[in-house]
Every structure is written in C-alpha cells, then in structure tokens.
Design a protein around this ligand. Structure first.
Ligand code: AMP
Length: 146
C-alpha cells in the first residue's frame, strides 16, 4: 500500500534538508501529501522543569522566532503550503506522535545520526519517535555522525 500522508520532523538545521529530500522522493513516488513539523521545546524543560520565575513572555518570543525560522526554512519548498508547515510546543516525541495521529499520517520521517554506545544512552530524537509511534517511522541516516 502506498503512503498517503508523510510527516517530516525537522529541527531546522541544514542537515535536515536531506531528510526532507528523502521524504519528498517518497511522497512523489506514492503520490502522498507531505507535511513538516518543528517542535519548540519549552525553556522550563531545558532547566529541568522547575524554574522559580515566569517564563511566559520569553516562551512567546521563542515561539514567534521559531515561526519565523520555520517560514524562512520552508521558503526552499514553495510546494509546501502554510497548512503543511506545523509548529508545535512541547516534547518532540509527544508532539510528533500527536500531529501524526491528528493528521492521519501513515509515515513519519526523521533524521538519525546513527549514534551508538554512550551517545545512544543520552538519547536521540529518532529513537524516541520510534517508540510508541502511531504509524511507520523512517529514520534517514545523516551523513555526519555527531
Ligand atoms: P537529534 O537526535 O536530536 O539529533 O535529531 C535527529 C532528528 O530528529 C532530526 O534530523 C529531526 O528529524 C528530528 N528532530 C530533532 N529535534 C526536533 C524538533 N525540535 N522538532 C522536530 N523534529 C526534530
């Protein structure tokens, strides 16, 4: 069965353009719809979730900047309409799964640095997204392992 709706998770780095290319090729060959998602992680998460101050204004700024970055990034893909570019706020795994379900996506495409050993213990988004995913997941191996 060909895929009908492919969701590409992007961290807005140059290397994730490779991930989009792979997803685009798949979408073209199966005549599928393509959507992008970028997840902004709440600042409080970076501080371990317990910050004794109000971060709401900073978080709004963070979100507005992310919207601008996503729009600039997507300029390279004029075929993607604004409705196909999603910005979410929260934990990447959770938000990617939520949107995939909501949009009835049948494939999620993420980049993978192919980490192993200790680096893998520290976690990777690709690994995280795979667990409990509501549909198939394709991890595109990125050329330059970190
Ligand atoms: P990482 O394991 O964090 O190096 O990220 C690997 C891949 O996960 C990236 O190439 C993206 O496909 C995806 N990814 C990482 N962070 C995000 C994010 N904040 N929003 C959406 N996708 C992400």
């Amino acid at each position: 069965m060909p895929y009908t709706h492919i969701l590409v998770a992007v961290d807005l780095t140059e290397e994730c353009r490779e991930v989009i290319q792979r997803a685009q090729a798949l979408a073209n060959s199966s005549n599928a719809k393509l959507s992008l998602i970028n997840v902004v992680e709440p600042m409080a998460m970076a501080f371990g979730g317990d910050v004794p101050m109000d971060l709401s204004m900073l978080q709004q700024q963070q979100f507005d900047q992310a919207r601008e970055r996503l729009d600039n990034f997507a300029k390279g893909y004029p075929e993607l309409t604004p409705e196909q570019r999603h910005l979410a706020y929260g934990q990447p795994r959770q938000e990617i799964h939520r949107l995939a379900e909501e949009q009835h996506c049948d494939l999620i495409v993420v980049g993978s640095h192919g980490r192993h050993g200790l680096a893998l213990l520290l976690g990777s988004t690709a690994n995280d997204v795979l667990h409990g995913a509501p549909c198939d997941v394709l991890a595109v191996r990125l050329k330059h392992p970190i």
